[in-house]
Design a protein around this ligand. Structure first.
Ligand SMILES: [Zn+2]
Length: 193
């Protein structure tokens, strides 16, 4: 399966690596007996001056858990999780290689959405903004999507493109990711024929 258009040097894994850089990773046992990755502070600070950020550790754990849960739901034979959190995306792709197309599609959506989330988590709104500009509005098809950082939504600037109450169409990161992966898939299909 082609890995889409996010370069390896700047995919979800690369961003997660950046996020996880401050923590030591060691597996803990999850609710189903699968090992999850936790990111706890180092017993001895090897990077003095970098405070342990509990919220960020929780954020990373939640991201990894979402990947693990989706993969295990689609392929209960998968597992154990890789020792390093940044390898979960490769792990997911590997174990969903023979999964139904819908599961692979969902996996791509989750990975792309997490990449955007990781970007935002490090304050990189510019990358998200660029991605939004490259995406046509899934509702009206125009190229007028605009990233609104405060709302964490991509808003369609086509004045005709509104919901039933007259508000501009606003896409969550999930809907944005769904639209992106759908476009990517259609392009792949078109180039394959
Ligand atoms: Zn629109």
């Amino acid at each position: 399966m082609a890995h889409g258009d996010t370069k390896d040097s700047d995919g979800a894994a690369a961003r997660l690596k950046e996020l996880a850089a401050f923590y030591r990773e060691h597996p803990v046992t999850g609710p189903e007996g699968h090992s999850y990755i936790s990111c706890e502070p180092r017993a001895t600070a090897v990077t003095p001056g970098l405070p342990f950020n509990a919220n960020r550790a929780e954020y990373i754990t939640a991201s990894v858990r979402e990947i693990a849960e989706h993969t295990l739901a689609a392929n209960p034979q998968a597992g154990p999780l890789p020792a390093s959190a940044v390898e979960v995306y490769d792990w997911m792709r590997e174990h969903l290689e023979h999964a139904p197309e819908t599961e692979q599609f969902r996996a791509e959506v989750i990975e792309y959405r997490q990449w955007l989330e990781h970007c935002l988590e490090t304050g990189d709104h510019e990358t998200v903004r660029k991605q939004v500009r490259k995406q046509a509005c899934p509702k009206c098809g125009c190229w007028g999507l605009m990233w609104m950082a405060v709302r964490r939504r991509a808003v369609c600037t086509n004045s005709e493109c509104t919901d039933q109450d007259g508000f501009s169409t606003a896409l969550s990161l999930s809907r944005l990711a769904h639209a992106h992966v759908t476009t990517r898939k259609n392009l792949r299909r078109a180039s394959a024929t």
